[in-house]
Design a binder for this molecule. Structure first.
Ligand code: AMP
Ligand code: MN
Ligand code: MN
Ligand code: MN
Length: 301
């Protein structure tokens, strides 16, 4: 076998013999639309995923499931297999950790109420971020400027501030904004309490979803803290981690493949695509999962 994870399908063969044929899955189970901090509509993402050869696709907007119906309709029209998802913001050991939920029932009351609760803090946080940026940069109207970039005013995020600072000529690219602003210790960063890990896992379980730790290589945890994250997540019913994602290096693919094997986690693959002009990794353009891992889509039927 090559590096691709395989699905198995039965083919009707001559002489009434079933033969096994395996085919690679180009799964992309993490991306964002204008409903959170992406720049494309859900239907545009579906078309882009399809054009890039994706055959199993999830939309995973931050803390919001409002784009799933459009995404599902567009995927159905293209014959693209779709998975309902959401990326939940969680506070863990004084950092923000993202938990991707896959295969959720989008109308689950527990999930909808939980997400609504997380979103409520965003507006005040955005006002505080704007004030801090104005003080440091001598700009005005930063809140309104960021809001102009938000497709969904209930989901004003750091990405929208980053786009506004690029517009204002403070930085050339959004990546540069995140190295100089909006991150811990830098201007524009505001501490925020998101959901607790146990709350998020409870909502995901109630919505029949599979919980996945998003981009584990991006957190700034010590090895001990990272181990505690994986252990607690597993104890609360978490089943998978992202191994191949747009923000991991090749050595991180191997590191998190090994941790997946050690913890018995299923492995996920997702670009975390946000925008054609910004995202390094486009939809469907990722290396395959290492072959020794159990793909998370085995759980998504
Ligand atoms: P928020 O939920 O408002 O804290 O915004 C988080 C979003 O900011 C992430 O989902 C990313 O889209 C973006 N972001 C965070 N750090 C970076 C970074 N270093 N480079 C680019 N985008 C980033
Ligand atoms: Mn984002
Ligand atoms: Mn994330
Ligand atoms: Mn994401």
């Amino acid at each position: 076998m090559t590096g691709f994870a395989h699905t198995v399908e039965f083919m009707w063969a001559p002489y009434n013999v079933y033969m096994l044929r395996s085919s690679p899955v180009n799964a992309d189970l993490h991306c964002h639309s204008i409903v959170s901090d992406g720049t494309l509509a859900p239907a545009e993402l579906a078309a882009r995923a399809h054009a890039h050869g994706v055959d199993l696709w999830a939309l995973t907007d931050h803390d919001e499931v409002g784009g799933l119906a459009e995404a599902q309709r567009a995927a159905d029209a293209l014959g693209l297999r779709f998975v309902s998802g959401v990326e939940i913001s969680v506070s863990f050991a004084a950092q923000t950790v993202h938990i991707v939920a896959l295969g959720v029932r989008p109308n689950s009351t527990e999930l909808l109420d939980g997400l609504q609760h997380i979103r409520t803090g965003r507006d005040q946080r955005a006002k505080d971020m704007a004030q801090d940026l104005e003080r440091h940069l001598g700009l005005t109207q930063v809140y309104d400027g960021a809001l102009r970039y938000a497709g969904n005013p209930a989901l004003l995020s750091r990405t929208h501030f980053a786009r506004y600072l690029v517009e204002q000529g403070v930085c050339r690219q959004t990546h540069e904004v995140f190295s100089r602003f909006l991150t811990p210790g830098k201007p524009g960063y505001v501490e925020h309490a998101w959901a607790r890990m146990d709350e998020a896992l409870g909502w995901i379980t109630a919505a029949n979803g599979v919980a996945v730790i998003a981009h584990p290589g991006r957190y700034r945890f010590s090895a001990t803290e990272e181990w505690a994250l994986l252990e607690q997540f597993k104890a609360l019913g978490g089943q998978a981690i992202e191994v191949v994602t747009g923000s991991h290096t090749a050595s991180q693919y191997r590191k998190y493949a090994n941790l997946a094997l050690e913890f018995g986690f299923y492995a996920s693959r997702g670009s975390d695509f946000h925008s054609p002009g910004e995202s390094v990794c486009d939809l469907g353009r990722l290396p395959p999962l290492p072959a020794d891992l159990a793909p998370v889509w085995d759980l998504l039927h």
